[in-house]
Design a protein around this ligand. Sequence first.
Ligand code: COA
Length: 192
Amino acid sequence: MDKKFTDVDLISLKDVSFKEFEKFIDSLTIERDTWSLNLNITNDRTNNPTKDFYNTSNALLGIIDGNILGLVQASVRSEPDCLEIKKFLSVKGGNKIVEFSFLVHREYQSRGIGTLFIKKIVLNPNNSADMFIARYYTNNIASHLAFKKNGFLVYGQMEDQFFAGKKITYSSKNDELRYPQPKIIGDKLSYE
Ligand SMILES: CC(C)(COP(=O)(O)OP(=O)(O)OC[C@H]1O[C@@H](n2cnc3c(N)ncnc32)[C@H](O)[C@@H]1OP(=O)(O)O)[C@@H](O)C(=O)NCCC(=O)NCCS
């Protein structure tokens, strides 16, 4: 098995040329099937969704030895969304909820990069989130483990997606007891 990575540099999209970014996006295949959701490159506002994403997204690229291996987005949810999430979780406090979306090129998966992406952003002292959240398909074991290893808990399931989060300023008293966590059973995640 390939060695785990212990570090990855995160750089801004604009630190690479559009051509380089486009080459990376064009090299993706199955990674895009489970890359979440409304944060994927699908907003075709200019007939060139990749260019649109490059121009408007705050995503960061993961770089090792000068190669782009993946990307991570941490997007602040709108205030109405945030109020809804707080209501769902029965928590009070600030209104900064930051949602993750990430992907690692298939040739570099399962070597710790996804886990490092989340860790680096959660531990960045410039991040003032009240809570980090993520949504991923219920069969996405790699995503689930990368969040779990960073202290995220699953707070609910909506159809075929888990809603996971890591509370920063909200109370998380007894969350481990109140929210049963899915387990890996065979090649699936399940509540048993
Ligand atoms: C989700 C994703 C970003 C994870 O990136 P990654 O670099 O492969 O993640 P990690 O290497 O940190 O893996 C996390 C853990 O999952 C484990 N894992 C991965 N696939 C697994 C599987 N099918 N079954 C069991 N464990 C699995 C890894 O071994 C690792 O555990 P370990 O450190 O204890 O060995 C990557 O799989 C990906 O790009 N998927 C497509 C896009 C996507 O689904 N994004 C998430 C939704 S936004």
